[in-house]
Ligand binder design. Structure first.
Ligand code: ADP
Length: 464
């Protein structure tokens, strides 16, 4: 059993760790993928914005020079260039011939060459409009749903100086927090655009927050379920052990009163002892005492089975409190284990409640039995019942050993027993109060306890 439990919990724990690792691995992978996608999208956006900025400058030049007057048959020079890069015109560039031989190493290097060629020609005719490049870059990035803060620099690599910076009033910035994208648009690499993007990985993480939150929640839920499962299994295991203990002890205990009573009755019947009133009474007393003991054992079994049956049905009747209290008093005084004094007060005398007669009697019996069990050499038990507001209150108090403060909220738990300290040989299974609470709550009532160590304990039932 122990090995099986360890095996099962170990397997579940390993699975849980595997699921967590897989979740984290998946998230990291997804993050990297998104980062790579964004990296490509940013590079494309820069290139496209640059193309468009050049195209717009060409249109400006075109307007200035009124190039429409030049005949269209002339396919050389600026006319063909203008048609090539007009905005909104898609130019398809083949990097291989039909026979498969390469024109360019790849389409991208060709695109860069063309772009640098345009810069060489156009930059000398009309200077770069950096502001326009910025707004074009902005709209290109937003086309790819990227709304990340950045700043731009137009850098002269030869003199290592910044020719322009946008936004202009940027102040001092820590460039380490930014990721640099350089765009060398001059053929001799002497000029570059530097685009500084603010922590792209962090930006992606923020975009992924929904996924991260769901994954985190899943992991937390898994951990909670696992802990709960483990606790339940452990509790169940514990209960099973106590239960088998209980059954073996009980079977043993049940035999004693049965055989003693049987022997007493047998002696009265078969050996003529019934004729002598003294002996007869003595044997009848023994039988009665043993039957009482048997009754208390049966009560304990009942307690146990009530604990098991969650769908217990109560049969409600009108119960006169004085009757139950007197009955219990005489039961306990019949064979007192120590000097016991009962002080019963019921106000009004005929006070009655609606409840299940058998279970209510057991509740009172359990509380009285505890008062006797957990007291020193003698005990005074005060039972009182009274009405207040819409409620009836029943309190059972004793001048016994009391309950430590730390144990007060646990005593109603199944199988809980206060580590007895100076009280030895007090038998019990920790079921009595758990049964009391179950029955009280089943009736829709409430039970509270107050106790001072060394002075006594008071249980109070509030009946609605
Ligand atoms: P059991 O008596 O079988 O141990 P119970 O559920 O009836 O189990 O009680 C739980 C624990 O509460 C007891 O072990 C005892 O330590 C404590 N207890 C209950 N009633 C009293 C009382 N009247 N005075 C002192 N301690 C009590």
């Amino acid at each position: 059993m122990k090995f099986r439990f360890k095996l099962i919990s170990g397997t579940i724990l390993s699975l849980l760790i595997l699921v967590c690792i897989y979740q984290i691995y998946w998230l990291v992978n997804f993050h990297n993928e998104q980062y790579q996608k964004m990296d490509i999208a940013v590079k494309n956006a820069i290139s496209n914005a640059d193309f468009k900025e050049i195209a717009m400058r060409i249109i400006d030049i075109h307007r200035l020079l009124d190039l429409d007057s030049i005949p269209r048959q002339n396919t050389n020079g600026i006319m063909s260039v203008q048609e090539f890069i007009m905005p909104d015109v898609v130019v398809r560039i083949e990097s291989t011939k039909d026979d498969g031989t390469k024109i360019w190493d790849d389409a991208n290097s060709m695109k860069v060459s063309v772009q640098q060629g345009f810069h060489r020609t156009i930059d000398s005719l009309k200077p770069i409009n950096f502001q326009r490049f910025d707004s074009l870059l902005h709209s290109e990035l937003s086309l790819s749903d990227i709304y990340i803060p950045y700043f731009l620099e137009h850098v002269d690599i030869v003199t290592d100086s910044v020719l322009m910076r946008l936004p202009k009033n940027l102040g001092n910035i820590d460039k380490d927090k930014y990721q640099l994208y350089s765009f060398p648009f001059a053929e001799d690499k002497s000029k570059e655009y530097h685009i500084y993007i603010e922590s792209p990985r962090w930006y992606i993480l923020k975009e992924m927050w929904g996924l991260v939150a769901v994954s985190g929640l899943m992991i937390i839920l898994l951990i909670i379920s696992y802990t709960y499962l483990l606790k339940t299994i452990l509790r169940q295991k514990n209960i099973d052990e106590i239960k088998s203990d209980f059954i073996s002890n009980m079977t043993h205990e049940l035999k004693t009163p049965i055989s003693v009573t049987y022997a007493a009755v047998d002696a009265l019947q078969n050996f003529g002892l019934a004729d002598n009133p003294d002996t007869r009474n003595k044997y009848l007393d023994i039988s009665k005492e043993q039957l009482m003991y048997l009754n208390s054992l049966v009560e304990q079994i009942l307690t146990m089975s009530v604990e098991e049956r969650k769908n217990l049905k109560l049969s409600l009747t009108n119960i006169r409190l004085s009757y139950i209290f007197e009955e219990q008093k005489s039961k306990f005084l019949l064979t007192p284990s120590k000097p016991t004094i009962f002080d019963i007060s019921i106000e009004p005398d005929n006070l009655s409640i609606e409840g299940d007669n058998l279970h209510f009697s057991n509740v009172i019996s359990n509380l009285i039995e505890n008062a006797i069990k957990y007291s020193d050499d003698s005990v005074i038990i005060k039972i009182s019942a009274y009405e207040s507001g819409n409620y009836t209150y029943i309190s059972i108090s004793d001048n016994g050993i009391g309950i430590p403060k730390g144990a007060l909220d646990k005593i109603f738990d199944k199988f809980y027993r206060v580590s007895t300290g100076n009280i030895h040989n007090v038998k019990g299974y920790g079921l009595g109060l758990s049964y009391v609470k179950t029955i009280v709550e089943k009736h829709g009532w409430n039970i509270e306890v107050e106790s001072t160590e060394g002075e006594g304990t008071c249980f109070k039932i509030r009946i609605a």
